[in-house]
Design a protein around this ligand. Sequence first.
Ligand SMILES: Nc1nc2c([nH]c(=O)n2[C@H]2C[C@H](O)[C@@H](COP(=O)(O)OP(=O)(O)OP(=O)(O)O)O2)c(=O)[nH]1
Ligand SMILES: [Mg+2]
Length: 129
Amino acid sequence: MQTIVVTAAIIKHRDRVLIAQRKENVHQALKWEFPGGKLEAGESPEQCLVREIREELGLTINVQKIFEVVSHIYGERHIILLCYLCRLIGGSAQTRDCHDFRWVEINELYFYDFAEADLPVVSNLQKRK
Ligand SMILES: Nc1nc2c([nH]c(=O)n2[C@H]2C[C@H](O)[C@@H](COP(=O)(O)OP(=O)(O)OP(=O)(O)O)O2)c(=O)[nH]1
Ligand SMILES: [Mg+2]
């Protein structure tokens, strides 16, 4: 089994959080997630998140602190998901490398079909609201 390290950004802005929908024809296609991606060689998790959020949504963020670490197995893929609280510092979101995105209230997160690894993160966000 392969283990991959993935970063995910919880970007809160005016009582809403940014969620993204994964593209068609990728792992977990069309599921909703906290945007981010795989750590590349030599990169810190913070650098990875800043890069991924620019690539996928065209936004500039500050990575603030770790919120949750999730270990999840999807068949033959084991992911370690590092979820960070982030602050938006520039840009307005565009669908550069995602299918869609939404700014949603924390109590609306339940309406979206999230990737399985995100379910504990969604419920923790709702608890700590
Ligand atoms: N970014 C992100 N990935 C997640 C979340 N939940 C979840 O199960 N994943 C999984 C889906 C994928 O198997 C893996 C992340 O891969 P990815 O496809 O986003 O990676 P990437 O952005 O670097 O894209 P690529 O270069 O591989 O195309 O983690 C989440 O909330 N955010
Ligand atoms: Mg990604």
